[in-house]
Design a protein around this ligand. Sequence first.
Ligand code: 3H9
Length: 690
Amino acid sequence: MSTLVSYAVERGVAVLTVENPPVNALSPGVPQGILEGLAQASADGEVKAVVLIGGGRTFIAGADINEFVKIHEGQGGGLDAILQAVTSLEASAKPVVAAIHGTALGGGLEVAMACHYRIAVAAAQVGQPEVKLGIIPGGEGTQRLPRLAGAKAAVELCAFGEPIPAPQAHAAGIVDRIVEGDLRAGAIDFALGVAGAPPPRTGERTVTADPAIFAAAHQEADKRMRGQTAPHAAIDAVESATRLPFREGCAEEARLFEQCLKSDQSKALVHAFFGERAVAKIPGIGKDTPLLPVRRAAVIGAGTMGGGIAMVYANAGLPIILKETTQEALDRGMGTIRKNYANSVKRGRFTEAAANERLALITPQLTYDGFGECDIVIEAVFENMGLKKQVFAEIDTVARPDAILASNTSTLDIDEIASATKRPEWVIGHHYFSPANVMRLLEIVRGKASSKSVVASSMDLARKLRKVGVLVGNCRGFVGNRMFAPYCRESIFLVEEGAPPELVDGTMYEFGMAMGPLAVQDLAGLDVGWRIRLEYKHTEVPGVRYAELDTLLCERGHYGQKTGRGFYLYDEARKPSPNPQVRELAATVGVPPRAIGKQEIVDRLTCALINEGARILEDGIALRSVDIDIVYINGYGFPAWRGGPMKYADLTGLTAIRDRIRGFGWKPAPLLDRLAGEGSTFAAYDKGKS
Ligand code: 3H9
């Protein structure tokens, strides 16, 4: 008997309890346990009905995603037992009731739908999130869901992957009853109520639909899930339920599932799923590292970043002081925050009352009053070392001795900032991405003195703030911006060589980036880099090429969106159109223009990221290549379905990447060169380190 599913009989009802913590995934042994329990219940003359329930915090969160990794890596892995389980559950002569709490996701909902009845607590959630892993439901969910809820609801759930709360699932016909009180007892009562009656089998129902539903869903998928194949496959699978008998529809689902499972998109998205969880694991920092509780915070600087950070804390229910030096700057900052909240209310993201509650958590002030009660102080002033050091010296005198002192610097040396205090072990970088209240990434920059406790607490805090915290080392630009510099430079080279900005940006948008690199630079302001170059005149290395076009644009006042002109011209509504001066200025750089194809654009820009990423990895600035991927997916709009730049390199093949880099006349990073020579991958390098 499987140890992952327990069997008990109560009041003539067999209760099968899945015990596979933490989320009761359908790992090998679980479907077998369900089959065994079902057989035992069927053979037991005392048993009138069966209840299937999850032990611990949830029902069943789906197939075990580790099995997909095994399949992707060609190491076996199997899902056949899940299919046997759903078939047997539906065929059972004794009624089977699924009792749902926590989440019934993916294979979990498919198992529940194969049962004859579903009851749930109101707080439960159900969904088919498989598309987020680049696959479609493969446990007959695309065939049973439309038969229960209709094609429109089934398409929405299967193609877009968002779970729905149990009451909504009840209204849609997926759940038969919402129970209050004890779920197990309620399920046994329900099972006794239906015992004896012929069990209703979803697979025996039929469903029809207006074909326009599917056409509209494909269009919607092109917008909401741009570039991804699984949503379209999911729509096709649901559509087949409306024209084929159940078993034939299941065969069609199996064919589409198989196709998706083998795709690079699925490999990339599964990598991103586990990657997001892997980055939380820091070598040398275990569960025994003491965590500093963060209950009150203060942020210094009410500019774009400081204001955004204040909203992040308020959104997580944490009170935060917002400090500025002048009333004017403070009013401006609070005005922006109020406007942002009003927009969220207008868009229906939350109610006015919720917005007011959040606003009330932010205390604007000009003094350091109350700083002594804060568990963390975040500095978000102008990116200037002198100013930051002055601010840290001041915080050092007003903050509690055991408060975390965080800098939101995006490029500066965290150790030098820490040197302005008498407690560098309490200093760390918390690098947010603009807009801070929207972007999920938080780079946590470990200084050479940052204590383990400060690091662990920062990672824990990131989760509470609903951010993805990635620990990075201290160097110019850390992980994200250090890689972004050669990527942006390369995009300017492409324009200097004759590629129109629209072609460069359009190609990268088609590749899946949220925005093209030149549009991003216009948004950030071309003058930022230009001013730094003017201030820190670097000695140019002979033979090394430097981008010139951005300097030429800045010299003419084309700073990007803020001046209405940069790589593009912008109208009042910030709508871009070509800037004719770009071509004229590019012609003066002295590179003969030529026709540049889309493949070259993608290759040069991705290789610029990958080559610097490999250096960052070798320098130990990123712990693992997957950390770099998570930074890029969550902070730089890199498509998750390509897995991040390093996974993209693995999927393309490191030899091909190295050869491309050589072909461009660049020097491959030594680590990339070595791994390519060994026929290895960044993923294998990560494994070797852990
Ligand atoms: C599917 O079902 C396909 C079928 O159609 C095919 C049938 C033939 N497998 O997220 P957390 C781990 S596809 C393996 O931190 P939370 C997770 O890695 C699947 N492991 O907790 C983590 O491990 P660690 C469809 C899984 O409370 C730990 O559990 N289902 C799985 O914030 C805790 O996870 C999904 O896509 C899994 N399925 O959130 C659901 N799920 O501690 C995916 C979790 O070592 N899961 N783990 O880092 C989720 O969305 C969230 O985990 C959940 C809990 C909402 C359930």
